[in-house]
Design a protein. Structure first.
Lengths: 225, 139
């Protein structure tokens, strides 16, 4: 069972994405209403990041599954809501772990998508073990980088993100578990699909010539007919 | 300063390794395509006099299976059209042209990939530099 299922109920997922987006916009308005410009800027940046998949879809002709778009906005929304409502402190340490799981899943899927797009663009054939290794390796790198940022911010900007070492280590363990889940489901997906199927899942039809896949897809379509 | 270097190492080393391995695999893909073209040219040179299209012609010559099949198919198509006397040599030339075009396209894509990789690394360095600047200005 893949997390990336292309028979996804696009209507329902789109509605879910829109609901999350509206919540995010309401947080932005709330920040502006309070006159907290610094936090409003961060919220605005997060909203722009959540919209990036649409930019990539428009510019590169990629297709980002709605579940991944939802994971991206959810991971950032959890972070913003945790700060605004102080859930990080009220529900410590569970809320932090939940936020780490969502972020790691989103980052792992983005790494997987990046590998897929480079593979489709250059027709590089990577074996499953390399994909698994790099999904886990890069997600862990981002996880360590986040912990480093927490420490750095505490030291230089007076924040209190990094509580203690056990909390930091358990964050990394949670990141590892989320990355492993994505790596295994990505491996499962690639094992059961040919590259033609993958290209059909991730590349928009009107821009397939950008990837040099036009002939391949046309041939494939003819086969189906 | 040391702290920033640690952060830079944490993110840039894994990312650099990932991009380096991807670029290396792409280079080896291009090399193997080049070797296939050389093999096709060599086989074409050896078989200039041969006009009969058969599986034995392209078998056992060290050709890639996909290339051999393509040569056979094109040669068969040319023969059916009955337009060219030297079907096989023409088929080889056509396949060599196709593979050369593929190689040129791949090279262009590798160049683009390298360019985007370098831009990504530079942007991360700029962000870390900004962070260093902001943190230094607060002390």
């Amino acid at each position: 069972m893949y997390f990336i299922d292309f028979r996804e109920n696009v209507g329902g997922l789109r509605l879910c994405y829109c609901a999350l987006f509206l919540i995010y916009v309401s947080y932005l308005l709330y920040d502006l209403f309070l006159g907290d410009i610094k936090r409003a800027l961060w919220t605005m940046l997060a909203i722009l990041l959540a919209l990036l998949p649409f930019l990539f879809e428009g510019y590169f002709g990629m297709y980002f599954p709605w579940k991944i778009k939802i994971m991206i906005i959810l991971s950032m929304l959890l972070h913003t809501a945790g700060e605004i409502h102080k859930w990080y402190y009220i529900y410590a340490p569970f809320y932090d772990k939940l936020s780490h799981i969502a972020s790691s899943l989103a980052i792992s899927y983005l790494i997987f998508l990046f590998i897929i797009f480079v593979t489709l663009y250059t027709e590089l054939k990577w074996e499953g073990y390399k994909v698994i290794f790099f999904i886990i390796f890069l997600t862990m790198a981002f996880g360590f980088f986040w912990e480093w940022w927490e420490l750095f911010s505490d030291q230089h900007f007076g924040s209190s993100f990094f509580w203690d070492m056990p909390d930091g280590v358990s964050d990394i363990i949670v990141d590892f578990l989320a990355a492993s889940y994505v790596a295994l489901s990505a491996n499962d997906y690639l094992k059961n699909k040919s590259w033609k199927d993958v290209s059909r899942d991730f590349v928009r039809k009107d821009i397939e010539k950008f990837y040099g896949l036009k002939d391949q897809l046309a041939e494939d379509q003819a086969g189906h007919e | 300063m040391d702290s920033i270097l640690v952060g830079a190492a944490i993110i840039l080393i894994p990312l650099g390794l990932f991009l380096f391995i991807m670029a290396r695999d792409l280079r080896s893909e291009e090399k193997s395509l080049m070797q296939r073209v050389v093999q096709l040219q060599r086989t074409c040179g050896l078989m200039k006099s041969e006009t009969e299209v058969s599986s034995s012609i392209t078998d056992g010559m060290g050709l890639d299976e996909g290339d051999a099949n393509l040569v056979r198919n094109i040669a068969a198509a040319l023969k059916a059209e009955n337009m060219i006397a030297d079907d096989l040599a023409s088929a080889f030339n056509k396949v060599i042209r196709i593979r050369n075009n593929e190689r040129a396209t791949l090279r262009r894509k590798i160049k683009k990939f390298k360019m985007y990789s370098i831009i990504t690394v530079i942007m991360i360095c700029i962000l870390l530099g900004l962070l260093l600047f902001v943190s230094a200005s607060r002390h």
